[in-house]
Design a protein around this ligand. Sequence first.
Ligand code: KG4
Ligand code: ZN
Length: 334
Amino acid sequence: MRILGIETSCDETAAAVVEDGRLLLSNVIASQVDLHARYGGVVPEVASRKHLESVLPVIEAALDEAGCTWDDLTAVAVTVGPGLSGSLLVGVNVAKAIVFARGMPLVPVSHLESHIYANWLGGDGEETPPPSFPLLALVVSGGHTDLVVMEDHGEYRQLGHTRDDAAGEAFDKVARLLGLGFPGGPAVERAAAGSAPSFRLPRAWLPGSYDFSFSGMKTAVLREIHQYGGKGAPVVELAAAFQDAVVEVLVTKTVGAARAERVKEIVLAGGVAANSELRQRLVARSPVPVRLPPLVFCTDNAAMVAACGYFRLRRGVKAGLDQDVIAGLGFTPV
Ligand code: KG4
Ligand code: ZN
């Protein structure tokens, strides 16, 4: 089965073709990052207009790169939420037009669930075996921070989530405070690179729960900056101290949950999964194997949507042409 995935939930217009949920045939991403950088964050109205411009050329490029015609496709999988409504609408409506014109099934996909499926990509089923259940997924993106046990395809049990900022959101906000630019995660990582944190920021452990809280760490950074009267704050040290605090909490809670739930492996997912400090420390401390998606599949892409769509279609999940966007969606579409 060859599935065309379409992803427009935030600020990347992406299309990809994936065979049987694992084999990548193409992966095209048009990033809007430069467009939004001057505003210090994603401007929803600007994002949806840019998606409109990019979506058809991106889909055509994905078909070209895969060496596919429309006739070679089995279905179209599209992100229906969570995300920015205006952005999601572009992908969902294009997907509907394609399936209507070609008489193919439409598979609705949750952006969060699809991030987990980045871990199925890249293998042909022989060389790299697929993840084995039950697994523990740490989904860390710009909008979400979730610890989830996945018992099987489509079967999730959420153990914890953030009570305030998402991990990526906290990275973005701290980068802005430190004048490091947008997107903040990679900027903080670059600034902190190679320097051991010279002081400790407070951690919010929320004992007895797998929930997270990052806004206190962000405020602690702001307090430090104020101590320097807005000038001359030690940017490198603060970036390193912040990254150290976020990574320590994420790794400690994930490792604790993996032990308690007796999972077979841990999979990392979402934009913050690109952070090398997080990747290294999770691998170092985990009692079970850790699967780390290649960097290009951590941040938003459509290959993960096609992979997720394949496993949903195999379970018979399809949408009608009345499928709407669901901006506040959780893991599995209704
Ligand atoms: O998954 P994603 O591309 O989009 C959402 O679904 O939100 O995640 C984007 C988030 C941003 O907050 C970005 O700052 C963060 O992922 N991010 C990182 C890194 N690369 C991206 N955070 C920390 N370290 C990185 N290397
Ligand atoms: Zn994402």
